[in-house]
Design a protein around this ligand. Structure first.
Ligand code: SF4
Length: 328
């Protein structure tokens, strides 16, 4: 049986604009099991990165977490005072993002950037303890210890991202969120960095949420996938289940849009565009693009329901009162 390190319930995040509220995350609920690697996929604007920022409580105005619950090992993160949350960030839940390497301080040597994080959390009190731990961290992320004395401009993109991973794991968090951590890197370096992240995750016994849209990378890296569309989580399942037997029409089209090695054919795109989150369609948000839509889809929003252990789908096709189903 799996125990959950993270439980997300009915999470809502809106961005308040002059035109109205952009519902970036619309009631997402999911669990992350201990030592599990969960991938979140979807087109850009589907809400994946907003979920990541909300879990870290890093949503900034005009964004706002409007409701829901995030339990980290039973601790309700959304109810904590900001100072307590600041201590939990990095120590218990840490994030490596696509832009993280650009967030390194250009005028500070690598060791200072890691030291700041350690000092800020009151660990590794002496200079010697900190220097030893930084040397070990750099080694663990595959960098020579001499990197500690270097400035960011002296590092390649891959090295910078490894430094960001070293900062993210410096306090041995239980959950690591990796938001497209390698998308700015070339394919070979991408795989090396992902391998490093995975070996560190295993070593720490941590759980990972990997966010991205490269299904090939996901398939090699995670245990389970959650598919997001227009701010909703619409399907969850093991990598194998989603690749071989996608249940939601959007997931089916997403899988069909992947280039196939056997067919060597041009991949098919998904027709239409994601709806504006300012003005979501009524009913199922996918209905204007869905080849299987029927009347009920236009008026009733499907909710994610469990079809079997660790498998869920939000689609009336799987829950419809078939007597009422009519093709549109
Ligand atoms: Fe398509 Fe209806 Fe299922 Fe939505 S609920 S994905 S519109 S069949």
């Amino acid at each position: 049986m799996n125990s959950n390190i993270l439980e997300v319930r009915n999470l809502h995040v809106h961005y308040h604009t002059r035109q109205g509220a952009v519902r970036a995350v619309n009631g997402a609920s999911f669990d992350l099991h201990t030592e599990e690697r969960l991938g979140l996929v979807g087109e850009s604007g589907s809400g994946k990165s907003t979920v990541a920022l909300a879990l870290m409580r890093l949503i900034r105005p005009p964004g706002k977490i409007e409701g829901g619950q995030v339990l980290l090992d039973g601790l309700s993160l959304l109810e904590l005072p900001e100072e307590r949350m600041r201590q939990i960030r990095l120590a218990e839940i840490a994030m490596v993002s696509q832009g993280a390497m650009n967030s390194l301080n250009p005028v500070a040597q690598v060791h200072r950037q890691i030291e700041d994080a350690l000092r800020d959390h009151g660990v590794k009190q002496t200079k010697r303890e900190r220097a030893e731990w930084i040397g070990e961290l750099l080694q663990r992320v595959g960098l020579p210890q001499a990197t500690a004395e270097m400035y960011p401009h002296e590092l390649s993109g891959g090295m910078k991202q490894r430094v960001c991973i070293a900062i993210a794991i410096c306090l041995k968090p239980k959950v690591i969120i990796a938001d497209e951590p390698t998308s700015a890197l070339d394919v070979v370096v991408q795989h090396q960095v992902m391998e490093t992240l995975e070996s560190l995750r295993a070593e720490l016994g941590a759980s990972v949420i990997l966010i991205g849209h490269d299904m090939g990378l996901m398939a090699q890296t995670v245990d389970r996938i959650g598919v997001m569309y227009a701010g909703d989580l619409i399907e969850t399942g093991s990598v194998e289940a989603l690749l071989n037997d996608p249940l939601h029409p959007y997931t089916r089209l997403l899988m069909a849009s992947l280039p196939s090695l056997e067919q060597k054919m041009a991949a098919k795109g998904i027709p239409g565009l994601m709806p504006s989150l300012l003005n979501r369609p009524t009913g199922c948000p996918f209905h204007p693009r869905c080849p299987d839509a029927f009347d009920r889809c236009k008026v009733e929003e499907p909710i994610l329901q469990t079809v079997q252990l660790n498998r869920g789908v939000a689609c009336h096709l799987h829950w419809a009162d078939s007597a009422g189903k009519e093709a549109s």
